[in-house]
Ligand binder design. Sequence first.
Ligand code: OFO
Length: 162
Amino acid sequence: MLKEKILKILNKQVNEELFSSYLYLSMSAYFSSINFEGFAKWMSLQSKEEYEHAMKIYNYILQRDGKVTLTKIETPKTSWSSALNVFQETLKHEQHITACIHNIVNMAIQEKDHATTNFFQWFVTEQVEEVATAGSILEKIKMIGDSKNGLFILDRELGQRQ
Ligand code: OFO
């Protein structure tokens, strides 16, 4: 059985991951609206990954005989000023999610919940990758600056994500 405070923070994280999925889907819609189909595809795949993260935690709660409590998902923004602006916010969001994951691990250690500490190691590693990927795309966009050609090439590159 999960301790009450662990159950609460895990349910909160399900909501955080579902919001991430919603946010990236909204970013995908924004990119489609400005005809950046590669960026849109990348964001839509990212949105699916976030849904999978939510489901991993959802299934873990059930496995530990906990009650999944779904709560209202915040409305994401629907427009941004540029691709640069989107990736600045993506990086910031992933840094926030990393802090949430670290918070869960800290609490699990404090509560001597070894199973949760162990389960969340996957997320700790995943967050290193998520932050690095968002950061590297952001750096590329900064290097490209105002070059339409550069953005066109990056759009093609991101559209290759499987
Ligand atoms: Fe779930 O890793 Fe991004 O938010």
